[in-house]
Design a protein around this ligand. Structure first.
Ligand code: SF4
Ligand code: SF4
Ligand code: FES
Length: 257
């Protein structure tokens, strides 16, 4: 990121017909004037920062833009996503685009769907003090402490379900008294649940078997003979599901089902 004090002297910014108040914010201790109503991310860009790290989706999904801040006359440390949190006057902030949390290395194929596997890989789970700071920090409203409690109780399915909305921003970990990497623990619980506990879908397994049996081999070989224009035209002219199709809709050509 480049740092430059834009040092605007006026109190308002005119863009087109819109006139906006400028408010002071402090980025890593340095004062900038930015138009009110911007997210922290946009305010930082207005101030001259260029994101080459710590910014991904800009929509609260990727978890890349964790930010720590304080407000004037307030002892609290707040955390949030830079792309979702509105900048406030005299806010002091710093972005933490990466948090060096412990991520256990394992051969996932050998990990059993047993709580003991999580305990072995993350023994710090039992350092949890049930302070709930992690839950308060989470911008996705994941009940983080309950996720950790579920793991401690050996309930991998519950931990996976409760942490479904996690975007791996690391803000919970940054506030943890027990120094737990909650989001890595929860991710492992979800991976175990998804690949080793959830029953395999019957339809999917049938399709996998159909592929393995060579059912689609001739069609694939035929497609491989096509040049690019033929491929494009075949793709565009394919039969697609109508918008108002009923649940029992199937294509007229059922050879590839
Ligand atoms: S659980 Fe932690 S890593 Fe996941 S979204 Fe919430 S604060 Fe971010
Ligand atoms: S912040 Fe850490 S110690 Fe506190 S409840 Fe969450 S996991 Fe436990
Ligand atoms: S940039 Fe993706 S969550 Fe903020």
């Amino acid at each position: 990121m480049g740092i430059e004090d834009n040092n605007k002297s006026g109190l308002k910014e005119k863009s087109g017909k819109v006139e906006k108040e400028l408010i002071p914010i402090y980025v890593m201790g340095k004062r900038y004037l930015v138009p009110e109503g911007l997210t922290i991310m946009k305010a930082m860009e207005y101030a001259g920062f260029q994101y080459i790290w710590g910014c991904g989706c800009r929509g609260g999904i990727c978890g890349a833009c964790g930010t720590v801040y304080r407000k004037p006359k307030d002892y609290h440390i707040y955390v949030g996503l830079a792309c979702q949190t509105i900048a406030e006057p005299d806010m002091y902030l710093a972005q933490i685009p990466f948090y060096p949390a412990n991520r256990a290395i394992c051969n996932f194929a050998e990990v059993r769907a047993e709580p003991e596997e999580l305990f072995k890989l993350y023994p710090e789970i039992f350092r949890c003090l049930a302070c709930n700071s992690c839950t308060k920090a989470c911008p996705m409203e994941v009940p983080v402490m309950d996720v950790i409690s579920a793991v401690k109780q050996g309930n991998i399915a519950r931990a996976a379900e409760l942490s479904f909305s996690c975007i791996q921003c690391g803000l919970c970990t940054s506030r943890c008294l027990g120094e737990l990497p909650q989001y890595h623990i929860a991710q492992l619980a979800r991976r175990i649940y998804g690949s080793k506990i959830t029953p395999r879908d019957k339809h999917l397994m049938e399709m996998v078997e159909a592929v393995k049996s060579g059912k689609y081999q001739a069609a694939l070989e035929e497609l491989m003979k096509y040049d690019l224009p033929q491929l494009k035209s075949t793709y565009r002219s394919r039969e697609t599901e109508p918008e108002m199709a009923g649940e029992d809709w199937t294509p007229k050509n059922r050879n590839l089902l």
